[in-house]
Unconditional design. Structure first.
Length: 436
């Protein structure tokens, strides 16, 4: 390369690098390279949020455009700061001190207004790279991004008249198998009756929570299980195994509640039950420890609900630390990021059983990803609070049949929030999609 040419190349590279720091507008090349005859021309005009009360609080995000089309997405778990990250902060006191009427600290919203919402991955990449000093490696920043990304896919689907699964590569399956989480294991008549109720609803997989750690006890945190702890946990799993026929798969969640040796011993003691999986016997913070447990037992290990982005899952797969991965598409980075994680898992022949604790909006968004990936196993569903939500805040009503969701062919995600009904569940003192 000639010196002059090399210098001009470096200048161009420096300009490109500087661009990622401040979420620049899309380049003219991207805007004009698309056909005006086939491709809708849209601009984002606003992004608004709503908090909905359920078993946990749900953050809903709606993207508005200059042509009246809207898209909706949802964030969960590490979403409590999500509205501020999306909306930015209006500080009138600081503004007064500076002689202004308002002072705005821009969030993701200000970066996205005016942009073309159909360039979903481009906007995603820019939000992420411009936020690397603001926590874009995981947690609330990525969770907020996940809701926006899902809303952009819903919007894109509506704009081009196609369901989201089509935009993610097309359909591998028509129906999405749900597993019913939260089945009781306390050896009581009411627990037995509830298991029977779940079985009668047609679910082909269930999950139950076990543990031995006291919360806030005077002795402090407990990580090591002893004889009676093991007996109680094994008996809890035995109860669930007896309550369901062998045609129903059983997952068990320890919520990262044990030290490595206790997790390993428990996984081995549970081998006779031939579980679908034991979920996070230790926290996901040390992938080597998770791998050591996996290598010591024939009980399949499941991990991933608190990992973020492809980058967060890479080590899990490379170290063969899990048998099943459970990204949460409402927090791991979004629907396409979920597809990318699933594809990475598939290169290691690891199946996907997504974590899912959201409303019908988020559940159906997750279901579209599940429809599009080859290595799907089953999708989480908490039947008591979530079923109630299908019947109240979702215009389409309860679409779950015998433990399966049939993927709709309607454009976008294919379900809509009933605003009149949903507003009743809005968190007091928070906006319900009102403009800021
Ligand atoms: Mg879990």
């Amino acid at each position: 390369m000639k010196p002059l040419a090399r210098r001009s190349f470096l200048r161009g590279a420096a300009g490109a690098a500087a661009g990622v720091f401040s979420l620049p507008r899309l380049s003219a090349a991207v805007q004009t390279a698309t056909s005006p005859y086939r491709r809708p021309k849209l601009k984002i005009t606003d992004i608004r949020t709503a908090w909905i009360r359920s078993q946990n609080v749900q953050l809903h995000v709606r993207v508005y455009t200059d042509q009246g089309l809207t898209g909706q997405g949802e964030a969960t778990d590490s979403a409590i700061g999500g509205a501020a990250i999306i909306n930015g902060i209006v500080d009138s006191k600081a503004a007064q001190s500076m002689g202004q009427t308002s002072l705005y600290f821009g969030g993701m919203r200000s970066s996205l207004i005016g942009q073309d919402p159909l360039n979903v991955d481009n906007l995603w990449e820019r939000l992420r790279t411009s936020g690397i000093w603001g926590g874009a490696q995981g947690g609330q920043y990525v969770t907020a991004m996940s809701a926006i990304e899902a809303a952009l896919w819903d919007l894109t689907g509506k704009a081009v008249g196609l369901p989201v699964y089509q935009l993610l590569g097309g359909k591998m399956r028509d129906r999405i198998r749900l597993y019913c989480d939260g089945v009781p294991n306390g050896r009581s008549e009411p627990a037995k009756a509830e298991c029977k109720q779940v079985l009668d609803m047609g679910f082909t997989a269930v999950k139950t929570d076990i543990g031995f750690r006291g919360r806030g006890g005077t002795e402090g945190p407990k990580w090591t299980a002893e004889t009676l702890d093991f007996e109680q946990m094994v008996d809890a799993v035995a109860f669930v195994r007896e309550a369901f026929p062998k045609s129903v798969g059983i997952g068990v969640d320890l919520h990262g509640g044990a030290d490595m040796t206790s997790g390993k011993r428990l996984a081995i003691k549970l081998e006779p039950f031939d579980l679908m999986w034991l979920e996070e016997p230790v926290p996901p913070d040390n992938i080597d420890a998770m791998r050591d447990i996996r290598e010591a037992t024939s009980t399949p290990i499941c991990c991933g609900e608190n990992l973020f982005l492809r980058y967060g899952f890479r080590e899990l797969f490379e170290k063969r630390a899990t048998d099943i991965a459970m990204p949460d598409f409402q927090k791991c980075g979004g629907l396409l990021e979920g597809r990318k994680i699933a594809d990475m898992a598939h290169t290691y022949f690891v199946p996907i059983a997504p974590h899912c604790v959201v409303s019908p909006i988020g559940t159906m968004a997750s279901a579209h990803v599940c429809a599009a990936i080859p290595n799907f196993l089953c999708l989480e569903f908490h039947w008591r609070p979530r079923l109630e939500q299908w019947r109240t805040i979702c215009k389409e009503g309860d679409v779950i049949e015998k433990g399966f969701i049939t993927i709709p062919d309607r454009p976008g995600i294919g379900v809509e929030m009933d605003d009149v009904a949903a507003r009743k569940y809005s968190m007091p003192g928070t906006p319900f999609f009102e403009a800021l």
